[in-house]
Design a protein around this ligand. Structure first.
Ligand code: FPP
Length: 249
């Protein structure tokens, strides 16, 4: 059995982002309602946060609800919102105890008021924590995020506060929801599909991507450690040749 002791502490990804897919299929294959898959998925969220914290990951981003997920049946959307609120309520004490800082990326303004208020309160209460950053992507869409950044930057230009020629990659990054966070080093997608689904498109430029067939509710601590172990075998070249990277020239 793989344990975190087998990971190289010098080569840990700073930021792991996860597309938590397969809840519906997990439930349907057991003859259960899709929402039962999401409910089981909450338990996986809890154990993955715990594992990330213990391993020493700095940022864990979880794609919990996309801007496109609003198109799902109303009963599934409201069920997910209820699960999210109860997760936030039940896990706040653990976040405080474990020095976890909660953040959110996405259109928080679109969330139902009671979810938004609970989320906002948890973000504020954990804001002085200095350990793992738990970053929930909620009503999140990467293209929408980029459009928002472009609008903010354009407004600064129009107001004469930012010369166009001074716009850099850092300018764009600083206007995304993820401002101040490192880009993801590793993106894990459960459920076996090979796509990014409008997730962190700008930030994923140099991320290592790992797809596992395991459905999110079945994703174990060992699967998480195994994903990090695979990441540690990858050679990250950032455009250089393999020889340059291994020579460190
Ligand atoms: C995708 O599976 C999953 C979601 C759209 C929701 C993810 C939500 C949770 C794991 C629980 C709530 C989150 C938190 C942070 C408490 P899918 O339904 O698309 O699965 P399928 O592809 O098998 O249909």
């Amino acid at each position: 059995m793989l344990t975190s002791l087998e990971l190289d502490p010098q080569k840990l990804p700073r930021h792991v982002a996860i597309i938590m897919d397969g809840n519906g299929r997990w439930a349907q294959s057991r003859g259960l309602m899709r929402l039962m898959g999401h409910k089981a998925g909450v338990d996986t969220v809890i154990r993955t946060v715990r594992a990330a914290d213990e391993i020493g990951i700095s940022v864990l981003t979880l794609y919990a609800f996309s801007s496109e997920n609003w198109k799902r049946p109303a009963s599934e959307v409201s069920g997910l919102m209820t699960l999210l609120k109860s997760y936030l309520e039940s896990e706040l004490a653990s976040m405080l105890e474990n020095n976890i800082r909660l953040r959110c990326i996405g259109r928080m303004d679109k969330l139902p008021r009671e979810v938004r208020e609970t989320l906002q309160a948890s973000i504020e209460k954990t804001s002085i924590n200095t350990g793992l950053v738990l970053n929930l992507a909620l009503s999140y869409g990467s293209r929408d995020e980029v459009v928002g950044a472009v609008k903010e930057i354009a407004e600064l230009c129009v107001a004469g506060k930012l010369p166009v020629e001074q716009i850099t990659e850092e300018t764009i990054s600083a206007h995304l929801y993820t401002a101040g966070l490192p880009d993801p080093d590793l993106i894990v997608r459960t459920g076996g599909e090979f796509r990014l689904s409008n997730f962190l498109l700008w930030q994923a430029s140099y991320a290592e991507i790992l797809v596992t067939e395991v459905h999110w509710p079945d994703f174990t601590r060992e699967d998480f450690i195994s994903a990090i172990a695979t990441f540690q075998t990858r050679q990250r070249r950032f455009g250089r040749t393999g020889d340059q990277v291994s020579d460190k020239t």
